[in-house]
Design a protein around this ligand. Structure first.
Ligand code: SF4
Ligand code: SF4
Ligand code: FES
Length: 237
């Protein structure tokens, strides 16, 4: 299998980005974008399609290679995806795959972005438990579903209402909050319900574009209506 890998590169956040194309060939039928980047990074003296030596490494985040950690999220042919879940054979017919960093976060270098805003927003949402929490049986499905969030940020990339530093925190903050809302006893939910109303409920347009790109396939639709039920409709004030 042979294809052109076109990568949006940037040496650091202070320098201009540029595109670089590399012809990549592999015998491995199930090779992914993450595999290709790793292989390119191990190839000394590799040249681009203009014959220029490629400055290595091509920087990208990657850890589990099993769709479990969310680190390798990037924009692949215009869609936010996990590089370890994007099989090269999907792109062979087109002959090219384009890789860009997620655009809603500051770019650190090449395909690496600074996603610390995700954690900062979770802190504001107060998504932690200070004592023991037991998931009530009637909400165990929601709690399990919400626990599958990878914090990859793909959902924020397509959300028309999210921008880093804004008051709407998007699905990456809402899903872990839904987990807590379904686990905490009602008397301990007050603070988190207030944050939910301010940073999720008030800003979500419910287009569900986030659901369509979530690499974990989280049932955002269901979690949203269930959390609205817990945080907004049943408890006023
Ligand atoms: S909800 Fe889905 S897309 Fe959003 S951060 Fe979690 S796993 Fe990623
Ligand atoms: S439903 Fe639409 S507005 Fe709400 S978080 Fe998802 S993409 Fe954003
Ligand atoms: S490397 Fe962990 S999800 Fe891709």
């Amino acid at each position: 299998m042979k294809l052109e890998i076109k990568i949006c590169r940037r040496k650091s956040m202070f320098l201009q980005e540029y595109w670089q194309s590399i012809l990549f060939e592999t015998e491995e039928e199930n090779a992914t974008v993450a595999h290709a980047l790793r292989q390119i990074n191990q190839t000394k003296g590799i040249v681009d399609t203009d014959g220029k030596e490629v400055e290595l490494p091509i920087r990208f985040d990657c850890s589990c290679l099993q769709k479990k950690c969310g680190a390798c999220a990037m924009v692949i042919n215009g869609r936010p995806r996990l590089a370890c879940d994007a099989a090269l054979k999907e792109f062979v017919k087109k002959g090219q795959v384009r890789l860009e960093p997620l655009r809603k976060f500051p770019v650190v270098a090449d395909l690496i972005v600074d996603r610390s805003i995700l954690f900062e927003n979770l802190k504001i949402m107060q998504t932690w438990v200070s004592g023991s929490a037991k998931v009530p049986e009637k909400h165990s499905d929601e709690a399990y579903e919400a626990s599958r969030c990878l914090q990859c940020g793909c959902c924020l990339e397509v959300c028309p209402n999210f921008y880093a530093g804004g008051s709407f925190f998007g699905t990456a903050a809402f899903v872990p909050t839904a987990r807590l809302l379904s686990s905490l006893p009602v008397e301990e939910q007050q603070a988190i319900r207030a944050q939910y109303k301010a940073h999720v409920y008030a800003g979500c347009g419910k287009s569900l574009a986030c659901r369509d790109v979530c690499p974990a396939g989280i049932d955002v639709d269901h979690l949203l209506s269930s959390s609205n039920g817990i945080a907004v409709w049943r408890h006023h004030g």
